[in-house]
Design a protein around this ligand. Sequence first.
Ligand code: ZN
Ligand code: ZN
Length: 151
Amino acid sequence: MTDLNFEISIPSDKDGFCLLQCPLCSGFFKLKPQDAEAEDVIQIWCPNCGIKSDNYLTEDVIELALNMGENMIDDALFDSFNKVKKSNRNKNVSVKVKKSSHKHENPIVAGIELLDIQKYKCCQREAKIKPIVKLIGSYCPFCGVNDDGNH
Ligand SMILES: [Zn+2]
Ligand SMILES: [Zn+2]
């Protein structure tokens, strides 16, 4: 029996940002996990609407994590079946292996690819936000200060 050892976490992009969604305005933004979990960061302000929320994990993200877990289990089962199949190659045993189709891992990729890095000088931290929000001015997710985009 194959050991299934994996962690489900929110996938970060190539710059190390994780996707979050504001429950109030439904706006997407991204933060680095080390910033969001830093000791001096007590609450997170939505950069889009400037309101504090307790939880920015979206149903999409939770569902995504669950799907990733299922896919990993599928892959692990597929691998162990293949090993059985190989070891039985010269025997009169037939093991049918059909790989199940993966569930869609990222239904919101189009939206998150469009996010731009915004540097907040007030906190010396960065977030990724929509270019339009960056243009009109966003709120620092770490202190809630309005940034007019001209810094
Ligand atoms: Zn918001
Ligand atoms: Zn700040």
